[in-house]
Design a binder for this molecule. Sequence first.
Ligand SMILES: [Zn+2]
Ligand SMILES: [Zn+2]
Length: 396
Amino acid sequence: MAAIAEQEIARAAERMRDELVAWRRHLHRHPELSFQEEETGRWVAGQLAALGVEARRPWATAVVADLEGGEGGPTVAIRADMDALPVSEETGLEFASERPGVMHACGHDGHTAILLGVARLLASFRGRWRGRVRLLFQPAEEKIPGGALGLIEHGALDGVERVIGLHLWSNLPVGKAGLNPGVLMANADDFRIVVRGRGGHGSAPHQAVDAVWVGAQLVVALQGIVSRGVDPLQPAVLTVGTFHAGFNFNVIAPAAEMTGTVRTFDEATREEVIRRMRSLVEHTCAAAGADYEFEYNRGYPALVNHAEEARVLAAAARRVLGAENVDDRYPPNMGGEDFAYYLRERPGAFLLLGAGPREGSGAPHHSPRFTIDEEALPLGVRILSEAALDLLEAKG
Ligand SMILES: [Zn+2]
Ligand SMILES: [Zn+2]
């Protein structure tokens, strides 16, 4: 097999620039929420068919396709997530969402366009690489339990040796990338606490059990778990995001409900936080004479890159972006990402690809004003294509 030169890949990606932008804008106009990506799935399968690639639909919102190279090589999977968020777009872009209340506010429209570009690029070099590239167009990254587990259950990793993926990252300017040979993203869990007291007259607290008072103690005391109960060298965040209670200024609230999230990197730290939360809720409520409900949902596990695959992905990014623009010791962040599940099953790596403005800072992910610099699209195609070819050991 003749090696495929970097310049050939660069030219091929450059030639499809307009198409990448058009694909991404089409997806951006027609966003679909997690587990509802039927139209998106149909459209992706249609685009693949136009490339002569037959897609499988494990279920209505998921698309998997194999690109076959020459015989005898390994199989490398590349994943893109396809779902949008329940956010009302405020970008004012001419290709803004046409669905009220739904928006590609995390860049998954770009991920889908990039993976289609990789499919087109690698298909055009067919006969010059060995093995198989499996394209995973995954639904529902934004909503637990996520689409990755379902795809894995449907055999998406059967026969796969390695798996790679990327996230367009607005915290990095376009032209830069970051990754880490270890933990890159967090255990992302959520919880719900309901304090059940006893309602009464605001002037007679001794005849009631005040759920606002108990709940307020919990909000404060929960923060003590992170500052006093966890190894200071192990990061942890606990946020109470909602607190609802009460009816009127002179009525003691019979119940208070809180929801929130816990983020950790380390599994033992995660379990310690849960143990202490449970104990704190139980004893605080008992001391006040209140009952409680405590629900804790373990979300996506921490995303942990494998060192060798992270090295290959970083090397591909360096060739495309220049060595000075790739940080292979990029600090982990407390976001959650269900790509983590693939990395529990197979060696692989995940890259954060800059898609923010070259100067200044853009709107954060999930914001109504979030957008990406489309210059990142051909760069993403090149990096993933080069990394896949390297992992297939086709490049000389
Ligand atoms: Zn997101
Ligand atoms: Zn995302």
